[in-house]
Design a protein around this ligand. Structure first.
Ligand code: DSN
Length: 403
């Protein structure tokens, strides 16, 4: 192996092993997934789709892509699946380019209330090329007010309502959103990147059943390789496939598509359902214990893999909290909270997720140690060196195979 590369890799293995990853969008892919992703399928060009490639020698990559598509269809009950998007952002870009033009109005939640960069932010292609109209969470409940969304949608008359968020801890009522879309005769688009593992395990309301088009990453709660997918009703299949290739992408990453196939099979097991149950119960417990210590949990609770924590009761900003926690090996990200008075670089909150620690097998006992460490460092109750040792000790009790 390249020495310089290996030296850095070893440091990252130690970092991942000895820190406690609480970033809601991160996880540890299995060895089978990583083996597939590191396989010789990386050597193959395969522009096009199975049976319709622009290169010779595609007989086995065709089999791999068909396998990934069939497994994703079975897992999510989707009519059509495109497994080629390199990322969630690429998946969203393909969907917009397939379905909308610059005049189309798409309703979405803004970035500072839990939406994603690709849901219409002005610093992103989405906000520059398309016409987004934002809905909001309610100031009091910090949750989506579906009645207000319906009224807003009736006045805006959008081509689509986009839901599925990056920093929204509560279950989304997809059935209700579908009924709004039906009333105003618009499309329903869902970006389920954060919750796709929960949807696969049937522990979250099912968006695939209701939405016209669903996008996702494959590496968050779904625990696959870093990448994207698009699920849709059959009537959108042709235009979405054309939008992915040849419109916005060239050759698909066949090694990643192979790893997606492996991950979809893993996600269809009972073991995966039990894992997702642990993800949710760990997140609920974290929220409860942090709230008992005086931190404010945005929306008061969680139904998912994440909590959003307002750190202002401790006179901290999200940025400072993130930095203090990182010092002792607790890795989170700063996050705006609804109607935040701080800009995103500073933010008043931190987002904490349990997918990665649950993959390590951490449960209630570990959660209470994590909470002690979080409070210890944020309240400066104990020397950071001591807390860092506790974090390392806990991490070492739950090893991960990263070789
Ligand atoms: N940046 C990802 C997240 O952390 O939620 C979403 O793409």
């Amino acid at each position: 192996m390249d020495r310089e590369f290996e030296n850095i890799l070893i440091k990252e293995i130690v970092r991942q092993n000895e820190s406690i990853v609480l970033i809601a969008s991160e996880n540890y892919a299995s060895k089978s997934v990583r083996t597939a992703q590191g396989s010789i399928f990386t050597n193959k060009y395969a522009e096009g789709y199975p049976g319709k490639r622009y290169y010779g020698g595609c007989e086995y990559v065709d089999q791999i892509e068909i396998l990934a598509i069939q497994r994703a269809k079975d897992l999510f009950g989707a009519e059509h699946v495109n497994v080629q998007p390199h990322s969630g952002a690429q998946a969203n870009m393909a969907v917009y380019s397939a379905l909308f033009d610059s005049k189309s109005v798409i309703m979405s939640l803004p970035l500072d209330q839990g939406g994603h960069l690709t849901h219409g932010s002005k610093v992103n292609f989405s906000g520059n090329l398309y016409n987004f109209e934002f809905y909001n969470v309610d100031r009091e409940t910090e949750q989506i007010d579906y009645e207000a969304l319906e009224k807003h949608a009736q006045t805006v008359n959008p081509q689509a309502i986009l839901s599925g968020f990056t920093a929204y801890p509560r279950e989304i009522d997809f059935e209700r959103i579908k009924s709004i879309c039906k009333k105003i005769d618009c499309m329903m688009i869902v970006d389920m990147a954060h919750i796709s593992g929960l949807v696969a395990a049937k522990l979250h309301s099912d968006c695939v059943k209701y939405a016209d088009v669903v996008t996702s990453t494959t590496h968050k709660t779904l625990r696959g390789p870093r990448g994207g997918i698009i699920l849709s009703k059959n009537i959108y299949a042709k235009s979405i496939d054309k939008a992915v290739f040849p419109n916005i992408q060239g050759g698909p990453m066949m090694h990643t598509i192979g790893a997606k196939a492996v991950a979809f099979a893993e996600a269809s097991t009972n073991e995966f359902v039990n894992y997702q149950k642990l993800v949710i119960s760990n997140a609920k417990l974290l929220g409860k214990l942090l709230s008992a210590e005086g931190l404010r949990i945005v929306t008061g609770d969680t139904d998912t893999h994440m909590i959003l924590v307002d750190v202002t009761p401790f006179n901290l900003t999200g940025k400072i909290a993130e930095e203090k926690l990182a010092e002792v090996g607790l890795i989170v990200n700063r996050n705006t909270i609804p109607y935040d008075s701080n800009p995103p670089r500073v933010a008043s909150g931190i987002r904490i997720g349990t997918p990665a620690i649950s993959t390590r097998g951490m449960n209630a006992e570990a959660i209470s140690i994590i909470v002690d460490c979080i409070i210890g460092i944020l309240k400066e109750k104990e020397e950071s060196k001591l807390i860092k040792n506790k974090v390392k000790e806990l991490a070492n009790k739950f090893p991960i195979d990263l070789k």
